[in-house]
Unconditional design. Structure first.
Length: 352
């Protein structure tokens, strides 16, 4: 019996559709085209087709002093394997949470389409009800407003991105690149994702999350029963502070002070002291060249290992990595960034 040879049918490229809305942020809009456009298979074939659209196919004004013209309207969303909504500058500035044209565009989604938001585009997905009950993230500066508007979405503002299967959200700006690399890694493996990262001259995997970038100003301590004790403690962070000392500064018993302190700050005295020590350590790492062990001493952690433990627990990075992120002064003339001795040294026994 003669066998009939079947010709292999070429596999269609994964189609990524990027939706640009009025007020789109140009940097974030360009990330998907750059990342997915560089992804190549073993035979150098493109692995993704990237198409950009607006709700009506017309140019949209960006958050900067120019507009962007596209070749497609929202009709292409019905053909998407992955839909990415790019960030907008003011996610809550419109007269309605989800303008009619945007709602109509999202209504074109096919079942099973992978849905992605970059930065503040999470507000768009949430307004459409697509994040109800789904874990998500957004830019840390908008986290409080997001929680107010969309309490049905469990928000984690400390991470670079959240992967909930068919719905993925990323934090601010460059975290969109982290998420795109994560998707490429998921679809085609680490080798191709790493190759894209090299071509973009970005790390294939970033340590920590966006927690390390969140500004946490020390709250005003005036106008409360424990204010004086807190002001005193802020001047003594370099040395051990006992609960009894704080209570004495406030003229209260330890029990009364602890109860008042929790009511006024939402934290126990121990939690509050650790947060203030971390804030001081972060400022010193950002603004000084003090060795890590001296930073630990001045912030009251006692040892570099204790500081490493607390900083890693709070924001997921080491003191040396945090310093490199915010100072950028350890690069040589070639742009190389040497490993810090504090990162290479064994951690030893961490102090409590």
């Amino acid at each position: 019996m003669q066998r009939v040879m079947q010709q292999a049918v070429p596999q269609a490229m994964h189609r990524v559709v990027v939706l640009a809305l009025p007020g789109v942020v140009p940097f974030e809009l360009g990330i998907p085209a750059k990342a997915f456009g560089l992804a190549r298979g073993p035979d150098r074939n493109r692995l993704y087709e990237v198409i950009t659209c607006t709700p009506d196919g017309r140019p949209v004004r960006t958050s900067e002093d120019f507009s962007i013209a596209v070749e497609h309207d929202a009709g292409v969303i019905a053909t998407a394997d992955t839909l990415i909504v790019a960030a907008v500058a003011d996610p809550t500035g419109g007269s309605e949470p989800l303008p009619g044209p945007v709602a109509a565009a999202l209504a074109r989604l096919r079942p099973g389409t992978r849905l992605v938001s970059i930065c503040t585009a999470s507000f768009v997905l949430a307004a459409a009800g697509l994040l109800d009950g789904r874990p998500a993230t957004t830019h840390w500066a908008h986290a409080e407003r997001f929680r107010e508007l969309y309490p049905r979405t469990p928000l984690d503002p400390d991470v670079l991105y959240v992967d909930d299967g068919d719905v993925l959200t990323s934090a601010g700006a460059a975290a969109g690149m982290d998420l795109c690399l994560h998707l490429i890694r998921h679809d085609h493996g680490s080798e191709i994702a790493n190759q894209v990262a090299r071509l973009c001259v970005v790390p294939p995997w970033r340590d920590g999350g966006q927690a390390q970038y969140i500004a946490r100003p020390v709250p005003d301590a005036t106008g409360s029963d424990t204010a004086g004790a807190r002001e005193w403690a802020l001047r003594q962070l370099h040395q051990p502070i006992q609960l009894a000392q704080l209570a004495t500064q406030a003229g209260m018993s330890v029990r009364t002070f602890s109860r008042r302190f929790l009511a006024e700050t939402g934290q126990t005295p121990g939690q509050w002291l650790t947060a203030q020590r971390l804030e001081l350590a972060r400022r010193l790492l950002e603004s000084s060249d003090l060795p890590v062990d001296r930073v630990a001493e001045q912030a009251g952690f006692g040892s570099a290992s204790s500081l490493r433990q607390h900083l890693a627990a709070a924001i997921g990075v080491s003191p040396a990595a945090y310093r490199r992120t915010f100072q950028g002064r350890h690069h040589g003339p070639t742009g190389r960034q040497p490993a810090d001795a504090a990162d290479r040294a064994p951690a030893g026994k961490w102090e409590v």
